[in-house]
Design a protein around this ligand. Structure first.
Ligand SMILES: Cc1ncc(COP(=O)(O)O)c(C=O)c1O
Length: 475
C-alpha cells in the first residue's frame, strides 16, 4: 500500500514515485506484448486507419486525464500503417528497432543531460565518443578522425558535402562540381542543393549494367568540366544503393579521387554496417581510403529511427565546416580528449543518441551484430536464388548486400501493369510487405532484408507468397 505522499505530489507536471512506476510499468507491459505479438501482426495494415486518426483530431486539451486511455491510443496507432518493427517488413530499408535501444532512450530522456559540449556531461559525451571511435576502427580511420551521430543518413550526407565544400572550394563555390551515380540516394542530391549548389554543379554519372558507377564515364565528365574551367571537388560512392544494393567500385573510385584531388564520400547509409562481415569488407574494399562515410545505425544496427552517423577521416575539416562560437557559450570548456560535438555538427541542442548505440553494443557485443548481418546476407542470397530458379522471374542485377530486385515476365499482357498488380497481391498477404522502384524506366519490385527480426522462416514464406502470387495472376 503506497503512502499518500507516494501517490500524489499535488503538482501535475511532477508525478509521485508511485505514479512514475505505474506509468512506466504500463508502458513496458504494452511494449513487451507488442514485441511478442510481432510475428503474428500484419506486415502492413491501413484498414480502418481513418477511425484511429479521427480520434486524434481534437482541440488542445486544457486539462489533463489519466495515462491508460492515452496508452491505448498509442497502441492503436502502432497497429496502423507499415509494421516497420516486424519480421515481414521488407520494404524500403528496414531497421527493426532493438528493445535495448528503447530502454536506452527512456534512460537518456529521464536523465536529460546535454552531451554536445563535453564538460556538461563528460561521461555521456565519452559514451558518444567511444561509439564513434569503435566505428572509426571498423573502417581503419586514423586517430585524427572525428564524427558525429546525426538524426539519419540525410543529415550525415549533408554535413559531409558541406565539409568537402569548405575544405576544397573557395567562399565563392558556385563553379564546384560533384559527381554521383544515377543510382545514388536522393538525399545526396538534396544535400547538395541545401549546401547551396546550383543544379549545374551536380553531375549524375551513368552506371554499368550492374548499376555500379561507370568509372570511364566519370573520368570523361571530370575532364570535360576541368576543360570548361569548372572545379571538380567531390565524388560520392555507394556502399549499397537503395534500389538494388549495388556497390560502386570503391577502390577504383579512391584512385580517381586521389588523382583528381577530389573528396571521396561513401554513402553507406544502407549497406555500411555490412563492413562488420567478411563479405561486406570484401565488397567495400577501398572504403578505408575515403574522406568520409555515412552510416545509418537505424538501418544496419537495427536501432530506432533517428540514429545516423558521419565519420570524417580528417576531423579538422569537419570542425572547420561547422564551428562557429558565440559569446554566451564562452563558459563552456574547450575541446580536450573528448570533442565538443556541437563544433562538428549543425545542431546545438539535441538528444543523447549515443546511449541508444552504446547500450546494445555493450550488452551484445559487435559479434552479435556481425552474426545478424551475416544472416541477412545469407537470407538475401536464398531469396535471390529461389526466384532465379522460378520460371518467369527476371533478376537482371546481381544480389549485392541484401536487396533482391526482381520482375516477372507474364505470358500475356502489359508487364508493367502485371508487376504493379503482383506487388499489390504479395502485400495483400499481410505476411510480408515489399516496395517498388523504377530502373531504366521500368517498374521493379524489391525486397530488402535488414531487420534483426527477419529470419529464414519468414523469407521461405516470402518466397512461397511471391511465387504463388505470380502463378495466380499469370493464368
Ligand atoms: C543509400 C541511402 N542513403 C541515404 C539515405 C537517407 O537516410 P535517412 O533516411 O536516414 O535520412 C538512405 C535511406 O534509405 C539510403 O538508403
Amino acid at each position: 500500500m503506497a503512502l499518500e505522499s507516494e501517490t500524489t505530489t499535488g503538482y501535475p507536471l511532477e508525478p509521485s514515485p508511485q505514479q512514475m512506476r505505474d506509468m512506466a510499468e504500463a508502458a513496458v507491459q504494452f511494449l513487451v506484448q507488442f514485441i511478442e505479438d510481432l510475428p503474428e501482426s500484419p506486415a502492413a495494415d491501413l484498414e480502418g486507419f481513418e477511425e484511429v486518426v479521427g480520434r486524434l483530431r481534437e482541440p488542445p486539451p486544457e486539462t489533463g486525464g489519466p495515462f491508460d486511455p492515452l496508452l491505448d491510443l498509442v497502441a492503436d496507432g502502432a497497429a496502423k500503417g507499415f509494421n516497420t518493427t516486424g519480421p515481414g517488413y521488407l520494404a524500403y530499408i528496414p531497421g527493426g528497432g532493438l528493445y535495448a535501444a528503447a530502454v536506452a532512450d527512456f534512460l537518456a530522456c529521464g536523465v536529460n543531460r546535454y552531451v554536445n559540449v563535453w564538460n556538461a556531461a563528460p561521461a555521456y559525451a565519452q559514451i558518444e565518443w567511444s561509439v564513434l571511435r569503435w566505428l572509426f576502427d571498423q573502417f581503419s580511420y586514423p586517430v585524427e578522425a572525428r564524427g558525429l551521430l546525426t538524426s539519419g543518413g540525410s543529415m550525415a550526407n549533408f554535413s559531409a558535402i558541406v565539409s568537402a565544400r569548405k575544405a576544397l572550394l573557395p567562399e565563392d563555390f558556385l563553379d564546384g562540381m560533384l559527381y554521383a551515380s544515377d543510382q545514388t540516394h536522393a538525399s545526396v542530391f538534396k544535400a547538395a542543393v541545401l549546401a547551396g549548389f546550383p543544379a549545374r554543379s551536380i553531375r549524375t554519372v551513368p552506371t554499368t549494367p550492374e548499376l555500379r558507377i561507370d568509372p570511364d564515364a566519370l573520368r570523361a565528365m571530370i575532364g570535360e568540366d576541368r576543360a570548361a574551367g569548372r572545379r571538380p571537388f567531390l565524388l560520392v560512392a555507394n556502399a549499397g544503393t537503395t534500389n538494388t544494393g549495388a556497390v560502386d567500385p570503391i577502390a577504383e573510385l579512391a584512385a580517381v579521387a586521389r588523382d583528381e584531388g577530389l573528396w571521396l564520400h561513401v554513402d553507406g547509409a544502407y549497406g555500411g554496417f555490412f563492413q562488420l562481415t567478411e563479405r561486406g569488407r570484401e565488397m567495400f574494399r577501398g572504403i578505408e581510403r575515403s574522406d568520409s562515410i555515412t552510416l545509418d545505425p537505424h538501418k544496419g544496427m537495427f536501432l530506432p529511427y533517428g540514429t545516423g552517423a558521419l565519420l570524417v577521416r580528417d576531423g579538422a575539416r569537419l570542425r572547420e565546416a561547422h564551428h562557429l562560437g558565440a559569446d554566451y557559450l564562452q563558459d563552456l570548456a574547450a575541446e580536450e580528449e573528448i570533442p565538443n560535438f556541437a563544433d562538428y555538427s549543425p545542431e546545438l541542442s539535441r538528444d543523447f543518441r549515443g546511449l541508444r548505440v552504446w547500450l546494445p553494443l555493450k550488452l551484445y557485443g559487435f559479434g552479435a551484430f556481425r552474426a545478424a548481418l551475416d544472416e541477412k546476407l545469407d537470407l538475401a542470397r536464398f531469396l535471390d536464388e529461389g526466384l532465379r530458379e522460378t520460371r518467369g522471374f527476371e533478376l537482371p542485377w546481381p544480389c549485392e548486400v541484401t536487396v533482391v530486385a526482381f520482375r516477372y515476365r507474364p505470358g500475356t499482357g502489359d508487364p508493367e501493369e502485371f508487376n504493379r498488380r503482383l506487388l499489390d497481391r504479395i502485400n495483400a498477404s499481410k505476411r510480408v510487405f515489399l516496395s517498388s522502384t523504377m530502373i531504366g524506366g521500368r517498374f521493379v519490385i524489391r525486397a530488402c532484408i535488414v531487420s534483426h527480426r527477419t529470419h529464414r522462416d519468414r523469407i521461405e514464406e516470402a518466397l512461397d507468397i511471391i511465387r504463388q502470387a505470380a502463378r495466380d495472376l499469370d493464368r
